[in-house]
Design a protein around this ligand. Sequence first.
Ligand code: ACO
Length: 399
Amino acid sequence: GYDVSKLLKQTGAVTFDPGFMNTAATTSAITYIDGDAGILRYRGYPIEQLAQHSSFLEVSYLLIYGNLPTPTELEAFDQRIRHHTLLHEELKGFFSGFPRDAHPMPVLSSAVSALSTFYQDSLDPFNAEQVEVSTYRLLAKMPVIAAYALKKSIGQPMLYPDNSHNLVENFLRLSFGLPAEQYEVDPVIAKALDLLLILHADHEQNCSTSTVRLVGSSNANLFASVSAGINALFGPAHGGANEAVLKMLRQIQADGTKPEDYMEKVKNKEDGVRLMGFGHRVYKNYDPRAKIVKATAHEILTKLGGNDELLEIAMRLEEKALNDDYFIQRKLYPNVDFYTGLIYKAMGFPEKMFTVLFAIGRLPGWIAQWREMISDPNTKIGRPRQLYIGEPERDYPVR
Ligand code: ACO
């Protein structure tokens, strides 16, 4: 009901672009996506090759520093992360302040935000040495915080990190280990989790990464910016989708709804129902990450004894969607999170942890993007304009 071009003229703005669908807010040398061709590359390397040959640790280094590490560099990177895994004891006390059934995402974002209070020596975003220490602290401590949030929610004691393990193994042990028991890391689970973390590690200017950049553009420190990114990821239209997919599949199973009937509901937009895990702002062909997850989901679920019936429902929904005009016309394909929840579940993670796992994966991307922004001389504080459609000037009624 309003004239956008007139409002633009009044404001002196050039574009009206809700959701920033056509606005490039930055240059970046980190991740390349071609949404029409279904291409994703980190620092030039195709995601398929990284998924097959690399590790989450190596991909983290690649994203943050721009090139693959030499074996010596990788070893030093690994050792420095292991060195920083311990949480301050007082930070551990933080966890008892939350209700026991708290969702681990806000616990994670709060604890990451609280790192600014424990490491006050690393709050200057322009001090390269401090940024470097903050980088290691975050990479090392965030998985520990995440595991403690899980332990807290299930009422189990928190273990200390064991630095003879690497980052992913340590996280699994802290998540599933018990003090009285020797925890053996299942190599199938460790490898599968490592792969999923690689696939989530960066995705250029998505909602949470743009949030990290926007907050950081005010020169807020790395912890504050990443904490904001975690909150942005929480929503079901973004990282929360992996949890929402599993809820949807379980609901379909519990109600005994036929996948085709569910699809009708989605297409008729009944109660705003969407096929969760489908659609993407950028991919209009196929999400290359989803292709990799789908190829491995069956294999991993067979090895881990996952829920075949839910996988079956997911595959039937996908098959229906790929042959349906509604989805074809709108170019809706499975995104990375259509199948990940099934795998996380088979690994033993409760549904509330799924988006936390996404956050652990996305962390190196957030760090790389924040560092790129801070060191870019063209960075300006993020400050979009608006088109005002409220009341014109009116006088306060003096009574
Ligand atoms: N199910 C049914 N219809 C859908 C879906 C879906 N999952 N996604 C989009 N549509 C429809 C919309 O209703 C709209 O239809 P219309 O033209 O008749 O109004 C059309 O497709 C375009 O949708 P938009 O919402 O305008 O697309 P946008 O690019 O803004 O949204 C998003 C992308 C948020 C990912 C959307 O597809 C969605 O909500 N998907 C489900 C949630 C999800 O899986 N999110 C994860 C995203 S990826 C990630 O963060 C890992």
